[in-house]
Design a protein around this ligand. Structure first.
Ligand code: GLV
Length: 386
């Protein structure tokens, strides 16, 4: 018998889906669930090209950019991170990394693998950067690019990006931004803020499936791509992806096979955001989170991030009183309330709970249910010695 591995017994599994209130993935829009079974299309037929055109128009809206080089990577948010870094910074060039959470640590690892010189400027995990903290490094190093995270899901902070583009450009530096957990949940203006390379993901505020990462590049970034001496990996190369996405008009080439369900889903997410409009979505996230925070304060929870203006509207981080175990708290929330929240990640391991109320879940009802479940969990897990 030449089959050394017999057919496995893959049985159906019962799944009790929790309310998804971690820092992602978020629940789907009901409309997204429906489009996931739309027809399979070939990536080189007109119907699919039309889907790509719709997606590019939607992305220009959510990023607030008139840039032409806007498309979506096949892959999770990390593919966007890798595409933005590898297209814009070559081996031997310098990437300055503004570090305050786990995502900049990933940028550091990725850049090192490409032979990029990395320099790090850090702040403690519970604050964000001021331009004064970044300018001396920009001035001294004149790096090819600065990497910074807008919303950081590991710490629950939001970085003010206004003025940062001008500051970077003063030193010949491109500004690269991670908006995975912030885009469409908090204000973001790519062109106005002078951002050169940006990526996001679909399983957060977009309320769609993970597996695609929208990216956008400024005119400055396009010029760098045209003049660069290095070749990024084939799968991430914007010079090859732009013709597949018809970024510059009348090119429809084949690069790789795109996943129809994921692209139908992204198109639908963008349709939902366009229907609601960005200012309404931003206001809804701000109001829901204000309500959630008020309820948390009533139950005596303590926020990890001291300054309210640094707190991200999509992910909240709270500290538990001494003696509580973060993992035990998360497990109880799931077992007793069927709500999924997360413990800390990267620099916040053992230091915070992370609760994501975003996208389709950003409602008063969800904010209240999660706060009440957290208050119950706090009571239930109180040890007699506490
Ligand atoms: C993932 O994005 C996380 O923040 O855990």
């Amino acid at each position: 018998n030449k089959f050394i591995v017999p057919p496995p017994r893959i049985v159906d599994r019962e799944i009790v889906k929790p309310l998804l209130c971690g820092p992602g993935p978020c629940d789907y829009h009901p409309s997204v669930e429906k489009v996931l079974s739309k027809p399979v299309l070939s990536p080189i037929c007109d119907e699919f090209f039309n889907v790509l055109d719709d997606i590019r128009a939607g992305l220009q809206y959510v990023f607030q950019t008139r840039s032409k080089l806007v498309l979506a990577m096949s892959g999770s948010g990390h593919s966007g991170m890798e595409a933005v870094i590898s297209n814009l910074v070559g081996p031997g060039e310098t990437l300055l990394i503004a570090s305050r959470g786990i995502w900049d640590q990933r940028a550091f690892i990725i850049a090192n693998r490409y032979g990029i010189k990395t320099e790090v400027v850090s702040v403690p995990l519970d604050v964000t950067f001021s331009p004064e903290q970044l300018e001396p490094k920009l001035k001294k190093l004149r790096p090819t690019a600065l990497f910074i995270t807008h919303g950081d899901s590991s710490t629950g902070t939001v970085q003010n990006l206004q003025g940062l583009g001008d500051l970077c450009h003063k030193y010949g530096t491109l500004l690269l931004v991670d908006t995975v957990v912030s885009l469409a949940g908090v204000p973001f203006f790519m062109d106005e803020w002078g951002i050169d390379g940006v990526y996001t993901s679909t399983q957060k505020v977009f309320s769609g499936p993970a597996g695609i990462s929208p990216v956008a590049f400024s005119a400055r970034a396009e010029a760098k791509i045209k003049s660069r001496k290095h070749d990024p990996p084939f799968y991430f190369d914007m010079k090859l992806l732009a013709p597949q996405w018809n970024c510059y008009g009348s090119t429809r080439t084949y690069h790789h096979t795109l996943s129809p369900p994921l692209f139908w889903a992204l198109r639908c997410c963008l349709q939902e955001i366009a229907k609601e409009t960005l200012p309404v979505s931003w206001a809804r996230h701000a109001a829901t989170t204000a309500r959630f925070h008020k309820r948390l304060r009533e139950y005596s929870f303590e926020f990890l991030i001291p300054k309210p203006e640094d707190r991200l509207a999509t992910v909240t981080t709270v500290k538990l009183p001494k003696g509580y175990d973060y993992q035990e708290f998360v497990k109880y929330m799931r077992a007793k309330h069927n709500i999924l929240i997360f413990a800390g990640l990267g620099p916040t391991v053992g230091k915070a709970l992370r609760i994501g109320i975003m996208g389709v879940n950003s409602t008063t009802q969800v904010a209240d249910s999660v706060a009440e479940a957290m208050a119950d969990t706090l009571r239930a897990l109180k040890k007699s010695s506490l």
